[in-house]
Design a protein around this ligand. Structure first.
Ligand SMILES: [Zn+2]
Length: 265
């Protein structure tokens, strides 16, 4: 059987509507039928259905990720709508994870959704995240970011983390299958004590479009990790200044005394 026949045989298992839906991705040599199947079989947990969670979840659903979990215990507020583009004015006071999933279901019937209307804690994280291979962090606080980082390191999950404040954004990818991968604590050793030190959208303000830029880069990182193509940000932090429109990729080293570094033991 030559390659074309093999590809055709694999295509047979796709429904006609799936071939049409994903045709622009399947046609890409680096994705093809095999890559699209990897996407359809993948599972991604999105932490936070906010400014970052909106583009992350919309793109991952449209691309064909097979299973998406969304955890968010908050309700939609009017001040969210300038950047949380998955919601509209009628959604105010409704739970974010449930409302986001209702919208996402209309985008792609291939995706299965799981809603977690709960606050993520050290106690419940394993129960929630254990059945997902990739975790995307779009949360708005350091406490959650550290919790997710530590869990992903311990369970060897792929983590794509993003943060936004004012006109600045950062993205980091940690593939904990790779021994040399640093973690968030290599970069920020300690949780900032003072709440005011923590830049978040509520205290500092944020430009709506920045959520779109950072969230979309996070979704792009997830897809590359799922298919295994290109180079991800693993080992780097991407720092974006939306005012100057500069993108800086800074090397992130495994810190010698970080708990993720096995050599310290
Ligand atoms: Zn570390």
């Amino acid at each position: 059987m030559d390659l074309d026949q093999q590809v055709n045989k694999k295509l047979m298992k796709f429904k006609k509507t799936q071939i049409d839906r994903y045709s622009r991705q399947i046609i890409l040599k680096k994705i093809g039928v095999v890559g699209q199947k990897k996407i359809l079989k993948s599972s991604v947990l999105i932490v936070g259905a906010g400014g970052l969670g909106s583009p992350i979840s919309i793109y991952l659903t449209a691309l064909g990720v097979g299973k998406i979990g969304i955890i968010d215990n908050d309700n939609v507020e009017i001040s969210n709508l300038s950047r949380q583009i998955i919601f509209n004015t009628n959604d105010i006071k409704k739970n974010k994870s449930l409302t986001a999933i209702n919208r996402l279901k209309k985008i792609n019937p291939d995706t299965h959704f799981q809603s977690f209307k709960i606050k993520l804690t050290a106690k419940n994280i394993n129960q929630i995240a254990k059945n997902f291979k990739v975790i995307v962090d779009g949360s708005d606080n350091f406490k959650t970011r550290f919790l997710v980082n530590d869990y992903c390191f311990k369970k060897k999950k792929i983590l794509v983390s993003g943060a936004i404040s004012k006109f600045d954004g950062q993205v980091y990818t940690f593939n904990f299958h790779k021994k040399e991968s640093p973690c968030l604590r290599c970069f920020i050793p300690k949780l900032p004590n003072d709440e005011l030190e923590i830049d978040n959208c509520e205290n500092e303000g944020v430009l709506g479009t920045l959520a779109g830029i950072i969230g979309t880069i996070q979704a792009n990182e997830v897809i590359k990790e799922i298919i295994g193509i290109g180079e991800t940000l693993c080992g780097y932090i991407l720092i974006i200044d939306a005012l100057k429109l500069t993108f800086r990729k800074v090397k992130l080293y495994k810190r010698s005394n970080c708990y993720c570094n096995e050599k310290k033991k």
